[in-house]
Design a binder for this molecule. Structure first.
Ligand code: KIV
Length: 285
């Protein structure tokens, strides 16, 4: 079957054949249509919307299930033939396995996602097992996990010493053993990325984990140059949309102030003869 027909991806075949998976975040309908047109394999409706869309000072932490569901629904409409992954926000899976399953189910029922992602290694194994046992496709996320940056002391690369790298590797194995279909590694050295991608039989994807992983994820706002507050080392910008937008909006403001907009081509036309008729009628008012 054509992989684009239903957003169904054979992750294990892709890994076995060395086919790199392409992956971006998206938060709104137009961006989803652009990404599907660009033939992206997978879209993450990330809780990074907390930074990139809502501008929360504390980043992802205030993002709620209801917000994620609404954004996932928009992405589903914009990219009907692409694999869509819902990102479980802070507080939606950390309490009990039952709570985690209930919230994961909401993504499938209310937003028709194809998979879900949650952050954490050994400490959330019971939640991973419960979600997988309920029949859902789950992506683990370890290394630098943005929902725990308070504990890491900020956005810092993980696993940079041999001992710290071993802890990341133990988390990776625990997530795999709990039944995850795939794993995302964030902000670890390429050595750690390469080791884990080789060590695990499930696909291991990278956001700042080096070239040897089975595919790459980036945040679309970073790629397009929309989010400018902070640029992690692993980001490559492919456009400068913020600069372009400010330039275009400044021109608009200046055109309106100077009376250069609107021009004739931006105006509706009266039906032939109606303007003269109106003038006459108005005089008689
Ligand atoms: O929310 C998100 O976009 C993420 C990425 C940072 C991996 O989880």
């Amino acid at each position: 079957m054509d992989k684009k027909k239903k957003g169904i991806l054979d992750f294990r075949r892709m890994k076995a054949e060395g086919e790199k998976l392409t992956w971006l975040t998206a938060y709104d309908y137009p961006t989803a249509t652009f990404e599907e047109a660009a033939d992206i394999d997978m879209i993450l409706v990330g809780d990074s919307m907390g930074n990139c869309v809502y501008g929360y000072q504390s980043g992802t932490l205030p993002v709620t299930m209801d917000m994620c569901i609404v954004h996932c629904q928009a992405i589903r409409r914009g990219a009907p033939n692409t694999h869509i992954m819902g990102d479980m926000p802070f507080g939606s899976y950390q309490t009990t396995p039952e709570d985690a399953v209930r919230n994961a189910v909401r993504f499938y029922k209310e937003a028709e996602v194809d998979s879900i992602k949650l952050e954490g290694g050994r400490r959330i194994v019971p939640m991973i097992k419960a979600i997988v046992d309920a029949g859902m496709v789950l992506c683990g996320h370890i290394g630098l996990t943005p929902q725990s940056t308070g504990q890491f002391g900020g956005y810092k690369a993980q696993g940079r010493t041999a001992e710290a790298a071993l802890e990341v590797i133990k988390d990776a194995r625990a997530v795999r053993d709990a039944g995850a279909a795939m794993l995302l590694l964030e902000a670890v050295t390429p050595e750690v990325g390469a080791f884990i991608a080789k060590d695990l039989d499930i696909p291991v994807y990278s956001i700042g984990a080096g070239i040897d992983c089975d595919g790459q994820l980036l945040i679309v706002s970073d790629v397009l140059g929309i989010w400018e507050a902070f640029k992690p080392k692993f980001v490559k910008r492919y456009a400068e949309i913020a600069d372009l937008s400010v330039k275009a909006l400044t021109e608009y403001v200046s055109d309106v102030r100077a009376g250069r907009f609107p021009e004739d081509i931006h105006c509706y036309k009266m039906i032939e003869g109606e303007a003269e008729k109106l003038e006459k009628l108005a005089r008689e008012l």
